[in-house]
Design a protein around this ligand. Structure first.
Ligand code: KG4
Ligand code: ZN
Length: 340
């Protein structure tokens, strides 16, 4: 069974072909980062237009590379995300589905992220605890089986990726700043500034990153008025990163203890953060699974593999689904799947 996956929820156009016997056969990704950089964030209308420009050529490229003329099904990201951008993927999926007479499978973007480790050889078994950390989400999710997800904690304000991006902007690192901030942090001292570890001692499992962001902003202002910002940026970056990662790890270990998790999956763009990957593996008394770096950020492969796992839900191409908001815990296991 061959599933074509289309990802267009935000600022990456991702296409991939997943074969249930052979695994991932081909994939292509186009990043819009340079288009949005001038605006300091994603401009929805520009994102939609660029998906229109790039999606079909990428589909052609992936099918040619895979030597496949027509897949058995098309999976597309149906939300959450920018509605105009989602409509591009959903529209093409349904158009191709009608033309090829093959069914389509609407996929939840965050389920795609948490299933991305299934693309690896040592894929995790259910149940596992997932730390989903991206530009739009910071969540701890108990994944009991495919489609049975319980959100244990979420952010009360900014997502952690957003906090990385905003702090990077304050430090003059451009957009998206997460990877640039992480690189700069390598040259700084993480104990230079005592930034807060938000919520670490609060009950529950929610996150909050706005206080940390404000602390960084005040420090940047201070360093600017003292005329020492240039020499302080690496230390601020390193101290911020340490505070943010300590917060994520503290919450994750607390959740793991509460649900007696033996496996943790880290997924989403911030899952590419090397400090997070290294420290969580060292501090958790169980196995930690990560997708490889290129499958942490948005991509078509995670949507294709999620589609293959949700094949039972394939429907005729008649309706484009595009939801800006869509809670992960409203998902259900695919019909016909035996729940353990
Ligand atoms: O999952 P993703 O590609 O898109 C969303 O669905 O949001 O995540 C993008 C986010 C951005 O905020 C980016 O700055 C952050 O992931 N990110 C990182 C790193 N690489 C990407 N944050 C910290 N360290 C990194 N190495
Ligand atoms: Zn994402």
């Amino acid at each position: 069974m061959q599933v074509l996956g289309l990802e267009t929820s935000c600022d990456e156009t991702g296409v991939a072909l997943f074969d249930t016997r052979r695994g991932l056969v081909a994939q292509a990704l186009h990043s819009q980062v340079r288009l949005h950089a001038a605006y300091g964030g994603v401009v929805p209308e520009i994102a939609s237009r660029d998906h229109v420009r790039c999606l079909l050529p990428l589909v052609r490229q992936v099918l040619a590379e895979a030597a496949v003329q027509r897949p058995d099904a098309i999976a597309y990201t149906a939300g959450p995300g920018l509605v105009g951008a989602l409509m591009v993927g959903g529209g093409l999926a349904n158009g191709l589905g009608l033309g090829w007479q093959c069914p389509v499978i609407p996929i939840h973007h965050m389920e795609g992220h948490l299933l991305a480790p299934m693309l690896e050889e040592n894929a995790p078994d259910f149940p596992f605890l997932a730390l989903l950390v991206s530009g739009g989400h910071s969540m701890l999710v108990l994944c009991k089986t495919l489609g049975d997800y319980q959100v244990l904690g979420t952010t009360q304000d900014d997502a952690v990726g957003e906090a990385f991006d905003k702090c990077a902007k304050l430090l003059g690192l451009g957009y998206p700043g997460g990877p640039a901030l992480a690189r700069l942090a390598e040259q700084g001292s993480e104990s230079a500034y005592a930034f807060p570890r938000p919520m670490l001692h609060h009950p529950g499992l929610d996150f909050s990153f706005s206080g940390l962001k404000t602390a960084v902003m005040l420090q940047v202002k201070q360093a600017t008025s003292d005329g020492v910002l240039d020499s302080a940026v690496a230390d601020i970056a390193a101290s911020f990163q340490r505070a943010a990662i300590d917060t994520l790890i503290g919450r994750t270990l607390k959740a793991a203890k509460e649900v007696s998790a033996k496996r943790i999956v880290v997924a989403g763009g911030v899952g590419a953060n090397v400090l997070l990957r290294r420290e969580l593996a060292a501090r958790f008394d169980g196995r930690v699974f990560y997708p490889r770096l290129e499958y942490c950020t948005d991509n078509g492969a995670m949507i294709a593999v999620a589609g293959a796992l949700r094949m039972a839900e394939a429907v005729d191409a008649t309706e484009i689904r595009a939801q800006a908001r869509w809670s992960l815990d409203t998902l259900r296991p695919p019909e016909g799947m035996i729940d353990e």
